[in-house]
Design a protein. Sequence first.
Lengths: 463, 105
Amino acid sequence: MKAPPLCPNIAANVHAHRAKKEYLEPLGLPAERPADWRAKALDKFRELLHERRSLSLYMDVCVRCGACADKCPFFLGTGDPNNMPVARAELFRKVYRRYFTAAGKLAGRLATAEDLTDDVLDQWFTYFYQCSECRRCAVFCPFGVDTAEITMAAREIMASIGVAPKYTTEVIRKANEIGNNLGIPLAAWKDSAEFLEQELKEQTGKDIKMPVDQEGAEVLLVPPSADMFANADTMMGYAKLFYAVGVNWTTSTYASEAGNFGLFLNYEQLQKINRRIVDAARNLRVKRLIIGECGHAWRAAQAFTDTLNGPLHFLQKPCPEHICEFAARLIRGGWLKLDKSANDGVTVTYHDPCNLARGGGLIDEPREILRAVVNDFREMPADTIREKTFCCGGGGGLLTEELMQTRMNGAKPRVEAFRTTGADLLATPCAICKAQFPEVFKHYGVDARVVGVMDLLAKAIVI
Amino acid sequence: MPTLTLAGKEFDVDEDGFIQDATKWDDSIATALAEQEGIKVLTDEHWKVIRYLRDYFQKFGSAPMIRKVTKDTGLPLKRIYELFPTGPAKGACKLAGLPKPTGCI
């Protein structure tokens, strides 16, 4: 996609709702910004620079070459210079220089350093919540700077002084108190599972189980809770897949959420939410852990579980395994009887969720599945898929109403790529992408449906 | 917290206009909120969805799975979107006085 003309500050007035006391306190965050907020924020800044060598390196290594500038979907969609990854990071680096470099301490503005003022903090809150942490910029940076790490650090510093979005903190509170992002209580989870068993019976005539809290099952499947609310076909897809190969599995009502919004807020919550999954696996005495169709869940579980709450010696490898890896392995081994024609009549393309493709190395398996179950499968242009995939526009904690303008702008490059395929069905294994694309398609006047990879696989499985 | 006057009474609402205390809900609230959602008249079909959501919420403490709403009310999803333009998890839940479902939806 061609770079848009520069429109300074065009996105400056799109903000997330700020979290109030009732969402901050349960997360151990200050109920309001303390009087000495600047000192506290700088303490946190110092702590992160010390703990994260990568962050410290990213502060100094950028040469402002601009290779990242036109790679960010939010810059391409808005033209706001502060949405260029290099400029977004500059909002952070100028504060770094002011307080943590000799030149900045002595020369201030002359050394392009700036005080951490109310205005700067407001800018941080605006623009670090117009970044979906998709990390596309990092693919193109010749120095390997991962600007998403800078976004994450800025958000963590803000959270430490009680500046956080309502959406993320509300969702984390529910994950901590109820076990999932949507806040589906135990009885409703069981009721939904039973309902889907009846649906499966009607569709297939078979007694396909949707087990809940079953101790001693072989596999613990942790789906995004959105699958048990909005993506019924994905949820039934998991059940049909396990049924087809005779694997005894279960979901957990303690860890009924694969997604980990801690990734969008701070390390403490990332660890806490991740721990629920490890504890559930241990308490249910399962042998294997499989993660459902959720992008950032995979990044959090695959990249961080061992460090945060591991090692997971009590589980069999590969651990954790993504449901697409599991299914692709079964297809390769010839364990599934598939009828591709079940998915005839539609043209399918695949959207790589950022956190699967860039964040979790899961690129070929979903394609292997789709090629095995769909006759008419097409790819989007090469510079928009795999590691170079464009964000759906709703990841990273942006999937909230008040950021709709940002979300639609950020989706623009993805929609342009989608249109080139002529597809009428977009398959993607991520709950956020699945929620975002119907809004995007409506906004851009695209007549297409959105499904999970499991949805199409399940249709083709012959049992 | 913002407040909203509905049917002559004052309610705490969130930024998106969802009433905060589900126990204060009655039929007149749904009627008053309909206008905000671009719904002119609440028909029997609207009430069928609203009552279903209310009952489920009172029994289980959360909004029901969307597939279950369509199955149990007999109204296809497309029809529910015609009735409640912002959908079952937003407009319909708002009128039924449920908290806004948030998460990856």
